[in-house]
Design a protein around this ligand. Structure first.
Ligand SMILES: Nc1ncnc2c1ncn2[C@@H]1O[C@H](COP(=O)(O)OP(=O)(O)OP(=O)(O)O)[C@@H](O)[C@H]1O
Length: 273
């Protein structure tokens, strides 16, 4: 099992201790699985991806990635683990004045020495690698453009190209399609899924496009109020489950941050690869 969460609860630093972003989550994902995370805004999709990327430390519960608890490792061992995980945030943190070629090649940084990294900033070491990755997202003509001259959707695809050049074993991708038109969204998702499939990487992808998730992922995890509401095979996800997942709650929040009511749906047995 590549990823195992047992009763994981997480809160963000700065948030009230009781305002948990994830509440007693249980989840197991095997290497090579492709999982879509869906759920309303604030459900905890980003928090879950950041927890899996070892960017957020759980408050309680047991987390295992590649068979080890990242937070029991030394910081250098955890750093090495992070290099096997690629987190593509909703808004890729690309330095504005950087050239696209360098932004993409940053995906190779975990494999480079400090000298290679510095040399590449002056004169990109492997522009062909960046070019090929960009071409898969139809962005090759922007190879030497400045990042702050890209549109939002182009930046997102630049972030995806960076994922492609990395040798990550797990892709944690947050809302990769939010700034893309429907055609590009489909193409981008296809490239991500093909690449993950080709290298047997695990792909965990949060999506607001529920129909895209249902059409393209064999396993769908529905989150709401920091809890897993369902974890089901694509064919077992019904319209009623989706409707309940996204139903607006007009209940007033309680002062301790606990949601006053969550429509929990019995969880079908998750599919196994
Ligand atoms: N930096 C932060 N500090 C404090 N609380 C946070 C922070 N980031 C998120 N939260 C809270 O954690 C909970 C889960 O947020 P999260 O961003 O994980 O949801 P999400 O499902 O990814 O939402 P969206 O679809 O809008 O991106 C929310 O209640 C949110 O308000």
């Amino acid at each position: 099992m590549t990823i195992q969460l047992h009763n994981i609860s997480v809160h963000h630093s700065g948030a009230a201790r009781s305002a948990l972003a994830l509440r007693e989550l249980n989840l197991s994902i095997t290497q090579g699985e492709q999982v879509a995370l869906i759920g309303p805004s604030g459900a905890g999709k980003t928090s879950l991806l950041h927890t899996l990327a070892c960017a957020l430390k759980p408050e309680s519960g047991k987390l295992s990635i590649f068979g080890e608890d990242p937070w029991q490792l030394s910081s250098s061992a955890r750093h090495a683990m992070r290099a096997r995980l690629f987190l593509a945030p909703q808004t890729p943190p690309l330095p504005p004045r950087q050239r696209v070629v360098n932004a993409v090649l940053a995906g190779l940084l975990p494999q480079w020495s400090i000298w290679q990294a510095m040399r590449s900033l002056v004169r990109p070491i492997a522009p062909d690698v960046a070019y090929e990755a960009l071409a898969r997202f139809k962005l090759q003509d922007k190879l030497y453009a400045r990042v702050d001259h890209l549109s939002g959707g182009e930046r997102q695809r630049c972030g995806m190209a960076r994922a492609l050049v990395s040798n990550a074993e797990v892709f944690l991708v947050d809302e990769p399609l939010s700034a893309l038109d429907p055609t590009l969204a489909l193409q981008t998702l296809a490239v991500l899924q093909q690449e993950a499939g080709k290298r047997q990487a695990t792909l965990i992808c949060s999506l607001h496009q529920v129909e895209l998730a249902r059409a393209n992922f064999t396993r769908i995890v529905g989150l709401r109020d920091g809890r897993i509401v369902f974890d089901a095979a694509q064919q077992d996800v019904s319209d009623a489950m989706i409707e309940a997942l996204y139903r607006n709650s007009d209940k007033m929040p309680t002062p301790d941050g606990e949601p006053s009511e969550v429509a929990l749906i019995p969880t079908p047995v998750p599919p196994r690869c």
